[in-house]
Design a protein around this ligand. Structure first.
Ligand SMILES: [Zn+2]
Length: 305
């Protein structure tokens, strides 16, 4: 009943802002948000501001696909006010936790429910974790806007007395994301159909679709393969030579060996296109954000087009 009540509260808050009294949130107590991966962590932090204590569950370098939660992780999820994950089979290890009566958190936000999903390219992959949809939804800035909006709605519901605070923060962050998206639109509008090359796994399906770019990648999707076949190597080299591709991309989880080989053979420049999957411990401590990473992606893409 309390939940139902705060749900109603959120809707009528704008009308009766001053007369509403805090219901399930004591003064100065921060909303506890637990998130799985870095982009969700950053979106929650941007929208929650000082009213939220946001925890990033996956350590630097860890993959949402194959993560094994620790008992402490389960406790953190259970005790949170809001747990944010990708959902839709992207993080199967969360299923049991959010379904069990003993561990389920008060509120769950599944980010993949808020964006238009694209199919997964893993069709050849025989691993047990074959997903129906590509999970790298955050590589599209428009999707980032949708997710931030969904987080704002959840916070307004959970912490209704402070709805105006979240509304304002979400608006500011949404503007920032829109500007960034516009910058990419301007950069790519005369390059539609251009091919960008990854000597790496491919996590940018939503990104390339948004800006109408083609891609050529050593490994489809976020496959766990890391050793390229001789055929893959020669295909990449031929492609870069033939199309006079100036830049070969790698992503943050790569050992860069394949990119090095292709660049040595072709004279192309090796650059990082950050998939924002995971950041290093130093970057995390330094307070790096999704928009910081996307700004450097912008510079890298500029050189590639
Ligand atoms: Zn991935």
């Amino acid at each position: 009943m309390k939940k139902l009540f705060s749900l109603l509260m959120c809707g009528i808050l704008m009308l009766c802002f001053t007369s509403c009294t805090p219901e399930n949130n004591t003064e100065n107590e921060k909303i506890q948000i637990v998130t799985t991966i870095f982009p969700l962590y950053d979106f929650a932090r941007q929208v929650g501001g000082e009213r939220a204590q946001v925890t990033l569950l996956l350590p630097s370098g860890a993959e949402a696909h194959s993560y094994e939660p620790s008992p402490q992780d389960v406790i953190k999820i259970k005790e949170s006010d809001l747990f944010i994950h990708l959902g839709m089979d992207a993080d199967p290890w969360t299923d049991a936790i959010i379904r069990s009566k003993d561990t389920k958190p008060k509120n769950v936000l599944s980010a993949m429910e808020y964006v238009e999903l694209l199919g997964d390219e893993h069709s050849h992959d025989h691993s047990s974790q074959m997903a129906l949809y590509d999970q790298h939804i955050w590589t599209s800035i428009e999707n980032a806007e949708e997710i931030a909006e969904a987080i704002k709605d959840a916070l307004c519901r959970i912490d209704a007395p402070n709805a105006q605070y979240y509304e304002k923060r979400a608006e500011g962050y949404g503007d920032k994301l829109s500007l960034l998206d516009e910058k990419f639109e301007n950069l790519t509008e005369n390059h539609q159909g251009s091919t960008i090359v990854f000597a790496d796994r491919f996590a940018f399906r939503y990104f390339t679709e948004e800006y109408k770019l083609n891609h050529f990648a050593a490994f489809p999707g976020c496959s766990s393969e890391s050793e390229p076949s001789a055929r893959t190597v020669s295909q990449l080299i031929d492609m870069v030579k033939k199309e006079k591709i100036p830049v070969v991309f790698y992503t943050e989880t790569s050992n860069q060996k394949l990119a090095d080989t292709v660049c040595e053979e072709t004279g192309a420049q090796k650059l990082l296109l950050h998939s924002c999957h995971t950041v290093t411990k130093e970057q995390l401590e330094g307070g790096i954000t999704y928009t910081d990473l996307m700004e450097s992606n912008y510079e890298a893409l500029k050189k590639a087009l």
